[in-house]
Each structure stands twice: as C-alpha cells, then as structure tokens.
Design a protein around this ligand. Structure first.
Ligand code: MN
Length: 238
C-alpha cells in the first residue's frame, strides 16, 4: 500500500497530471475549487488498537476536513496564494494579508500538519528506523529511546492543544520541538519529519485525559519509511 500522500499525482482542471514534489507535501490547490482533503492512506480502523476507528474518522473527516474548507473560504479571491502548495503557503506566512493571516496559520497549518500526521503513521508499523535517519537519531539524541522520551515530554508539556515534532532545523540538525495550536514548524524554518497531534481530539475517545498513554502507544504506529524519506528530502534541500 502506498502510505505516502506526496507520491500521489494530482490531476488539474486542464487534465494535466501534476507530479508532486518528493516528500515535502506538495498538496496543490485545484484552481477555483481550492485545496482538497487528501485521501486517508488507510482505513479508519487500520490504527487499532492504538488509535480507535471512531477517533480516526472524526479526526480526519470532521477536523481535518474543516481546516481545508475554512482555508478555501479564507483564501477566496487570493489567487496568488492559492498557487502555492500547502507547505509553501505555510512557509511564506508573511505574504498572507494580515487580516486573514491568523486564520491561514490555523487552517493551512492544520491542513499541512494533519497531512504529515496521517502519513507518518500506519498499520503494521513501529519498530526501529534504519539507515541514515537511525544514525542521525543516535548522533543527536544518543538513542531511539531517548528521542521517544524527548518527543513524549514535549507533547506532555505542551499546554492545551498543539504538536510535538521531530524536525530538521536550518543547519540540517535534528531537533525536538513543540508548537501551539496548529502552528507549523515550517513557519520557523524547520522541516517537520515526524509529528504527533496532542490535541485531545486525537486521543480522547480511547485515552480520555491520559495524554501520556496515547504518546507511549503512538510509537507502535510510526511509519519510519515516511520519516526516513522526509529526512532524506530535508537534508538534501538547498
Ligand atoms: Mn488534530
């Protein structure tokens, strides 16, 4: 199964197949129709027992969908902004008119963040990374277990809603950070390669208030292939 959104192709209004750029989430707006909700790369129940089917369904079909439709409403009439793929838009947030900027941060960020979130999870996943990403993790954090501790801690101490991230920073080094609400690491020049949504809507039905249990279980879902591909793209980016 292809669990990577970014390798999908998108067919434009003119019927031309627009090949997506590698691994950075080239999710383009479909002309006047605006951005679209990318297809979930697995069934709602594919992340059981770690995330239940109902949570995935509500999270994807209600929350994620609303970021996309709100974004299209906000950007109506801004054709230049809509020409950018979703990650470009988030990376260039200063180009967005001030009157709609916070809304775009929330909804373009929400869209970009969730595209990554769904993609860095998968069924029959978890385990250990291999290759360059594994080496980089050991170099930066000593071990995979230490990285997990750091990511979980960042998620646990993020007050209210937000995200815990593994990013490649501007100097190509790995860092663990967290962001509030739907802010994207791209807004600060960081390239996210792994992200965990720690807003209650991501875990509440199964874990209630126990965010720590959700974070601990989350690693059974991590799609290291996706993280590794994103890492490769980030470090080779000029
Ligand atoms: Mn969410």
């Amino acid at each position: 199964m292809n669990t990577n959104f970014d390798r999908r192709s998108f067919i434009s209004k003119t019927g031309v197949i627009v090949a997506a750029a590698a691994f950075t989430g080239n999710i383009v707006a479909q002309d006047d129709a605006g951005y679209s909700l990318p297809k979930l790369p697995y069934a709602y129940d594919a992340l059981e027992p770690f995330i239940d089917a109902k949570t995935v369904e509500i999270h994807y079909d209600k929350h994620h969908r609303s970021y996309v439709s709100n974004l299209n409403k906000l950007l109506a009439g801004n054709k230049d902004l809509m020409k950018m793929d979703i990650n470009q838009l988030v990376s260039n947030i200063s180009k967005v008119p001030e009157a709609i900027r916070q809304g775009v941060i929330n909804n373009a960020g929400g869209n970009a963040n969730h595209i990554l979130y769904w993609d860095v999870m998968g069924p029959n996943a978890g385990g250990n990374p291999t290759g360059a990403i594994a080496k980089a993790i050991d170099q930066a954090f000593e071990s995979l277990d230490k990285l997990k501790e750091k990511v979980n801690q960042a998620g646990l101490t993020r007050f209210g809603s937000g995200w815990s991230w593994l990013v490649v920073d501007a100097t190509k080094k790995l860092q663990v950070i967290s962001t509030p609400n739907q802010d994207s690491p791209l807004m600060n020049g960081h390239t996210p390669i792994l992200g965990i949504d720690v807003w209650e809507h991501a875990y509440y039905l199964k874990y209630q208030n126990k965010r720590a249990d959700y974070l601990a279980a989350w690693w059974n879902l991590v799609n290291w292939k996706s993280v590794s591909d994103r890492f490769g793209a980030a470090i080779s980016k000029s």
